[in-house]
Design a protein around this ligand. Structure first.
Ligand code: GAR
Length: 321
């Protein structure tokens, strides 16, 4: 079992979502642990609970501070905790662009509406006023634009007769307490999720010229060229024979390179059964620190080594210079 992700939860108020995240982290093999709960309000009720749970806390009122200075202090506390992911749970401060950008892809928020509807405040009252059939909640990645990052998960909550903003908020919170721990767990463990890995690989492989996907012996395969004359340049190999890792199979220049890679970097490369005999290398994808730039480079190389001349001619000419 890989190490757990380390998350910081930022709160401003009751912190019931923070509590849900903490208790979920105590069950079974939850893939994250809460290493710090931080707030812009020293009186936030959630801080006392976190402390009682033995979790480190940090509080700094924002009053009298510039946004940048306050964010810098919060970020310093986050870095100090060794966290790899920031989880906003009712943190009612807008964060400066620089802070958000440094944590791009590593900062999540929960927002009490079905985004993209009702960004900002008063979400429940607005959903009721619009006579919507449902309110709900969304977990999304945080980007500089408010409540506009990629939505990772949502739960719909029906609006019942006589509903008030308060009654809806309360039921939406019940939904949030189920959704957020699950969404955070899925997100921090996506690096070992075969479906997510295949999706990433597919988007990259099919971005190359004249490529298509065709299954081969139960694995997703990617080809370049038309119809029967096309050739495979990559395979997605989910737990191949003799190996328990998820891998990209790509073509090397030959046995010398293949054996060199496997010898020098066994945590990254292996010689796959069957394909290895013809110079294909296995590149392990289920690593938390995987560099997708390296994967792109392998896909391009492998593509180029089997693509028809009419597609590679220009690249070959460029190489001469
Ligand atoms: C939650 O409902 C959350 O969705 C919302 O604040 C509440 C915090 O409750 N967040 C926002 O409105 C962010 N714009 P909690 O402190 O009990 O977790």
């Amino acid at each position: 079992m890989a190490e757990k992700a380390r998350i910081v939860v930022l709160i401003s108020g009751a912190g019931t979502n923070m509590a849900a995240l903490v208790y979920a982290s105590r069950i079974g093999d939850c893939p994250y642990e809460v290493v710090l709960v931080a707030s812009n309000d020293p009186a936030a009720a959630g801080l006392a609970l976190a402390a009682a749970e033995g979790i480190a806390t940090f509080a700094l009122p924002h009053k009298g501070m510039t946004r940048d200075a306050h964010d810098a202090a919060m970020e310093a506390a986050v870095l100090e905790s060794g966290a790899d992911t920031i989880v906003l749970a009712g943190y009612m401060r807008i964060l400066s662009d620089g802070f958000v950008e440094r944590w791009a892809g590593r900062m999540l928020n929960i927002h009490p509406s079905l985004l993209p509807k009702y960004k900002g405040l008063d979400t429940h009252a607005r959903a009721i006023a619009a006579a919507d059939s449902h309110g709900g909640t969304s977990v999304h990645l945080v980007t500089p634009e408010l409540d506009a990052g990629e939505v990772l998960a949502q739960v719909r909550v029906p609006i019942v007769p006589g509903e008030t903003a308060e009654s809806l908020a309360e039921r939406v919170k019940l939904a949030e307490h189920q959704l957020y721990p699950r969404a955070v767990a899925d997100y921090v463990s996506r690096w070992r999720n075969p479906g997510w890995l295949l999706e990433q690989l597919r988007a990259r492989a099919l971005a190359l010229p004249e490529t298509s996907e065709q299954e081969s012996f139960g694995s997703a395969g990617f080809r370049v060229g038309e119809g029967k004359s096309g050739k495979y340049f990559a395979y997605f190999s989910e737990r191949p024979h003799g190996h328990d890792r998820i891998a990209l199979l790509a073509k090397t220049s030959g046995m010398d390179e293949l054996h060199g890679l496997v010898e020098d970097q066994p945590e990254t490369y292996f010689k796959p059964a069957f394909y290895g005999a013809s110079g294909w290398v296995g590149i392990i994808l289920d690593r938390p620190d995987l560099d997708w730039g390296d994967v792109d480079a392998w896909l391009q190389r492998s593509w180029r080594s089997v693509a028809p001349k009419r597609l590679t001619r220009l690249l070959d000419i460029a190489d001469e210079f």
